[in-house]
Every structure is written in structure tokens, then in C-alpha cells.
Design a protein around this ligand. Structure first.
Ligand SMILES: *[C@@H]1O[C@H](CO)[C@@H](O)[C@H](O)[C@H]1NC(C)=O
Ligand SMILES: *[C@@H]1O[C@H](CO)[C@@H](O)[C@H](O)[C@H]1NC(C)=O
Ligand SMILES: *[C@@H]1O[C@H](CO)[C@@H](O)[C@H](O)[C@H]1NC(C)=O
Ligand SMILES: *[C@@H]1O[C@H](CO)[C@@H](O)[C@H](O)[C@H]1NC(C)=O
Ligand SMILES: *[C@@H]1O[C@H](CO)[C@@H](O)[C@H](O)[C@H]1NC(C)=O
Ligand SMILES: *[C@@H]1O[C@H](CO)[C@@H](O)[C@H](O)[C@H]1NC(C)=O
Length: 361
């Protein structure tokens, strides 16, 4: 009798032990859906928490005691669209991408809100003073349908590349603040198919039969700064030499023909987010198979790890101890539109390289 009961208990417990794919480790379980994690060279952790069904998006620092505190402060996270005294120029209106740049600043992309001047911006936070000391408003370079979404930097740290989900790339000179919008309507930048989630098309916001299509979203820069990689959300990864992209800032001809310099690299899947390691391998989160792909600099694409828990993994991170950090954002088609209630997990997975020096300073 006793033996049977014991065996029965083991049977119940065993699946919990092996719950995740080999190597995948649950590290954090958070109160709020977490879209992204950025980890500074000194080990400070910043989270972008955007996909709440009830709360506005926010940036928090995850402290050593595992509590969170609004970052850089409460004021930046205080935007209220129904309050006319709320200042969209000095608050996060619609947080999307976030990154620690080669200069060591924590950079946040605020996609803003249509018609709200000063809301679309790139915000740089100094991690020593914990104060915003760089601000680039993007009103003059964006288009009416732009969705400014994510950011990466040139090796010099002087140029920022921002994705625009309308299907374009914004190149911003951080020294002069001059910016150009390129690859507009290029086949390489436009969504050529709706996104997929767990085997089916993702429903859109336009009624019963609509589907979700998202243009140029993911961008990465190779560790040597030579290539910019980019793709629309439905996949199809291209690369282009940054020397051509950077020249578009000052050469209008180059800006208009930039797509001629783009080379297809790999046929990637519907993607939640990407990151790059110090060897130049790109990690792509597959929203359809609930997996992470690895694409080498030569364009060889394979599935690295697959698990149902890797649910719409978004802004990943690579740390010096050769771990890939995977926030499962929980964005998915459901009763609350494209958001769902938990579990809000962050996983790690071992990889063969540490961070890229120009991406994870
Ligand atoms: C915080 O979370 C980390 C990672 O899961 C864990 O190692 C650590 O023990 C936790 N610290 C506290 C104070 O709970
Ligand atoms: C937002 O502003 C409106 C109008 O001033 C106010 O009624 C509401 O309580 C505010 N919401 C929050 C979360 O502060
Ligand atoms: C936003 O800026 C545009 C262009 O400068 C201006 O025409 C418009 O009145 C501004 N809107 C608001 C709400 O301030
Ligand atoms: C951040 O602020 C500190 C103190 O003012 C300054 O020394 C440092 O250069 C700043 N960092 C950057 C990246 O500018
Ligand atoms: C500008 O770009 C065009 C197109 O690539 C190129 O032919 C031309 O030489 C460039 N002009 C300068 C001044 O570099
Ligand atoms: C994916 O779809 C299958 C088949 O409908 C379902 O059993 C499974 O629970 C779904 N997985 C997730 C993570 O939604």
C-alpha cells in the first residue's frame, strides 16, 4: 500500500521536474507581463512591462531582493492620456524597444501616440545619475502611420537605427539629431504575410476576419559594426552594410536607393524579438512554433530550443556568463485582444558566446 502511494506521488511530481525543455531554466516569475529585459555590465536589470490588460506600459528596475521599482522614476512612468496636464514630451507614452547602448546608457524607444506631439521619442538614461540626459523627438521624421519600435547602434555609438513597423528604417545621427527615413515601401521592409501564433494566423484589430501584419520591426548590428540586419515581423531576414545605411544620412541618392544594397540572409519565422551574441549569431523568437532560432552570420538557421512556455518571447538579452535571457511576454491572441494574463516568466538558456561589445555594454 505504502509503496503504491509513494510511486503515485513520484508520478505526480516527475512532470514538474522535467517541465521545460533541456537547458531552459525558469529564473523569474513576475507580477506583470514583461516584454523585455536589459542587463547592464554591472548586472543591473531593467524590465519593460508593456502588455498589461489594465495598466499603462512601464519601465522598472528589478532589484536584488526581486522587488521592482519604477525607472528612472515615477514621473517618467506617469503618462495619463485623459489628463491634459500630463506631458507626453517628458513621460513614456507607449514604451517599446529598450537597449543598453555602446555608451552604457539605457535607451528606451517610445513609439508614442498618433497626433500627440512629442510622444514619439528615443530616451537615453544615464545609469550613473539615473536621470534622462538624452532625448530625441522623432515627430519630424516619422510618417503618419509609423510605429517606431526598436533601436540598435553603430559601432561608434554615434548613429541609432530605429525600426518603423509601417515598413521603414529611421537612421538618426545622435550628434547632430539629423534623421532620415529609408527603405520606405521596400519589399524587404514590408510585411508580406500576416503573423502566426501557435499554428494559426494572428487575428488583427480590424474585426472578425482581420489578421495582424507588422512591417520592419527586428534590427541587429553585427559585433564588428559592419552589417545591419533587419526584417519585417513575419520574417525574412536581410542584411545591409552599415556604411551604406550611414551614408544615407548625408547622401539623398543613397537614401533613395538603399534597398539595392540589401541582401537576403535567412528565411526566418514570425518573430517576437531578436538579439545578437558576441560571435554575431542572431537569436530569433518564433511566435508560431514557440521556439528560439539561431541564425549564424553565414545565414545558417536552426531551431535552438522549443517549448510551449516560450510564449511570444520578445526583447532577449545575452550576458557574459553565456546565457540567453528569455522573457515570455504573454502577448497572444485571446479574449483581451493581443494580451493575456500570465504566467509572467523569464527564462535563461545556455549559449556558446557572451554579449556583443557594441550592443550590451
Ligand atoms: C531573486 O531571484 C533570483 C533568481 O530567481 C534568486 O536566485 C534569488 O534567490 C532571489 N532573491 C530573493 C531575495 O528572493
Ligand atoms: C487620469 O486622469 C483623469 C483625468 O484627470 C483622472 O480622472 C484619472 O484618475 C487619472 N488616472 C490615473 C491612473 O491617475
Ligand atoms: C502638433 O504639431 C503640429 C506641427 O508642428 C501642429 O500643427 C499641431 O497643432 C500640433 N498639435 C498639438 C496638439 O499641439
Ligand atoms: C553619466 O553621468 C556621469 C556623471 O555625471 C558622467 O560622468 C558620465 O559620463 C555620464 N555617462 C554618459 C554615457 O554620458
Ligand atoms: C551617393 O550615393 C550614390 C548611390 O549609392 C553613389 O552613387 C554616389 O557616389 C554617392 N555620392 C557621394 C558623394 O558619395
Ligand atoms: C497550441 O495549440 C494547441 C492545439 O490547439 C493547444 O493544445 C496548445 O495548448 C496551444 N499552446 C499554447 C501555448 O497556446
Amino acid at each position: 500500500m505504502r509503496t503504491t502511494l509513494f510511486a503515485g506521488l513520484i508520478g505526480l511530481l516527475a512532470p514538474a521536474v522535467n517541465a521545460y525543455a533541456s537547458g531552459l531554466k525558469l529564473v523569474y516569475s513576475l507580477d506583470l507581463a514583461t516584454q523585455g529585459i536589459s542587463i547592464s555590465g554591472g548586472g543591473r536589470k531593467f524590465l519593460s512591462q508593456r502588455y498589461s490588460t489594465t495598466l499603462p506600459p512601464q519601465i522598472v528596475e528589478l532589484l536584488n531582493d526581486n522587488t521592482t521599482v519604477l525607472y528612472p522614476n515615477e514621473a517618467w512612468n506617469s503618462y495619463n492620456s485623459s489628463d491634459p496636464t500630463s506631458n507626453p514630451r517628458k513621460t513614456f507614452v507607449s514604451i517599446d524597444g529598450a537597449r543598453i547602448g555602446p555608451d552604457g546608457r539605457y535607451w528606451v524607444v517610445d513609439g508614442g501616440s498618433t497626433g500627440v506631439n512629442g510622444s514619439t521619442k528615443l530616451v537615453g538614461v544615464n545609469l550613473t545619475t539615473n536621470a534622462v540626459d538624452k532625448l530625441y523627438y522623432l515627430d519630424s521624421v516619422k510618417a503618419s502611420d509609423s510605429g517606431v519600435d526598436d533601436v540598435r547602434f553603430s559601432a561608434s555609438g554615434k548613429i541609432a537605427y530605429l525600426s518603423d513597423t509601417a515598413g521603414a528604417l529611421i537612421v538618426l545621427d545622435l550628434v547632430s539629431s539629423h534623421a532620415v527615413r529609408v527603405l520606405v515601401n521596400s519589399d524587404s521592409a514590408l510585411a508580406w504575410f500576416p503573423m502566426m501564433y501557435n499554428g494559426t494566423l494572428v487575428p488583427g484589430y480590424g474585426g472578425a476576419d482581420s489578421t495582424l501584419s507588422v512591417g520592419l520591426d527586428q534590427i541587429e548590428v553585427s559585433p564588428d559594426g559592419v552589417y545591419l540586419y533587419y526584417q519585417p515581423c513575419n520574417g525574412g531576414l536581410y542584411r545591409i552594410e552599415t556604411s551604406y545605411v550611414d551614408a544615407a544620412l548625408t547622401n539623398a541618392t543613397m537614401a533613395s536607393v538603399l534597398e539595392d544594397y540589401a541582401e537576403p540572409l535567412a528565411l526566418t519565422p514570425s518573430t517576437g524579438g531578436t538579439t545578437i551574441d558576441g560571435d554575431g549569431n542572431i537569436y530569433i523568437s518564433d511566435t508560431n512554433l514557440l521556439a528560439i532560432w539561431k541564425v549564424t552570420p553565414e545565414g545558417r538557421a536552426t531551431i535552438l530550443v522549443q517549448d510551449d512556455a516560450l510564449l511570444w518571447t520578445d526583447l532577449m538579452w545575452v550576458t557574459a556568463d553565456k546565457k540567453l535571457w528569455l522573457p515570455a511576454s504573454q502577448m497572444r491572441p485571446g479574449s483581451n485582444g493581443l494580451m493575456a494574463e500570465g504566467p509572467n516568466y523569464i527564462f535563461t538558456y545556455p549559449i556558446d558566446a557572451g554579449p556583443s561589445p557594441i550592443d550590451h555594454a
